[in-house]
Design a protein around this ligand. Structure first.
Ligand SMILES: [Zn+2]
Ligand SMILES: [Zn+2]
Length: 279
């Protein structure tokens, strides 16, 4: 596994694929977003969970990242990672599932799983390769399983989170979503390595852009529920689609929760750069 000193000495693009827990690989690239006059980076990450006999791709990545993701996957296969037998997507939104047609075409053995509502309308030719999952359902990768678990912070009604039962890695989709600063060299780092990351600031930026409902909900209730889920499952690592992976749950989760609570209290600032009115 890539250690911290080595990760920090590398160029961001070369830090991926990065093994964040044994057999769990982080792949993809950053997405540049302009917000409040600053340049933030967001992730639209994908992860490969490798069992003894099969691998599961979690999320498909942002469409602009498909070539990078294919390169990362090919690197992993060359290292002996088993072929993709499953594709789990957390919900029906482009940065999460936008590549599913491409993945099902490229890997003809792959089965799409999760809440598979409506995908057959776009891809009727793959309907027989779509497998419904509900909470507690597991897919077997050989020596480890991936389980559908309660999606505490969700974007759509159809969202499921996934959980790797072997290394206790939680894949929370839009949960734990926040941006990072390219200038600080945070790209490709786990949350605990990005020491200058201002979690309340970057969490509130993301809430403004993507999780608008958090402005109208009591986030204390959601944070308590998150604590319950993490304790019940014994989560050791968190692999969010839009945030840096969390490898010290006890130390970092409270900071993200503080960010969520702070963001909920901030007034809405709009989702785009405003164009100055003509004089
Ligand atoms: Zn998302
Ligand atoms: Zn970045």
């Amino acid at each position: 596994m890539l250690d911290q000193a080595t990760a920090l000495s590398m160029q961001p693009a070369d830090r991926m694929p990065r093994e964040i827990a044994p057999g769990v690989f982080w792949i993809g690239d950053c997405l540049v977003q302009r917000h409040k006059g600053k340049v933030y980076h967001g992730y639209n990450a994908a992860f490969l969970v490798a069992g003894k006999t099969a691998s599961c791709l979690v999320e498909t990545g942002h469409p602009k990242d498909f070539p990078v993701i294919e390169r990362h996957l090919n690197e992993l296969f060359a290292r002996g990672v088993p072929p993709i037998k499953y594709l789990f997507v957390t919900h029906q939104e482009t940065p999460h599932c936008g590549g599913l047609g491409r993945v099902l075409k490229t890997y003809p053995e792959a089965i799409l799983c999760g809440d598979v509502s409506d995908y057959h309308l776009a891809f009727p030719q793959y309907e027989h390769r779509m497998q419904w999952m509900k909470e507690g359902d597991e897919i077997d990768l050989g020596g480890r399983t991936l389980m559908a678990v309660e999606p505490v912070i969700r974007d759509l009604r159809t969202t499921w989170w996934a959980f790797d039962t072997k290394e206790r890695v939680l894949f929370p989709g839009d949960g734990f979503a926040y941006s990072h600063y390219h200038e600080d060299g945070h790209c490709g780092l786990v949350a605990e390595e990005a020491v200058s990351l201002d979690l309340p600031d970057v969490s509130s930026t993301f809430a403004d852009l993507a999780l608008f409902w958090t402005k109208f909900a009591d986030m204390n209730v959601y944070c308590d529920r998150l604590d319950q889920l993490i304790a019940r499952l014994g989560v050791k690592t968190i692999a969010p689609t839009h945030g840096l992976p969390i490898t010290d749950v006890k130390a970092t989760v409270p900071k993200v929760q503080q960010g969520l609570k702070a963001a909920a209290l901030m007034p809405e600032s709009g989702t785009n750069e405003k164009v100055a009115p003509a004089a």
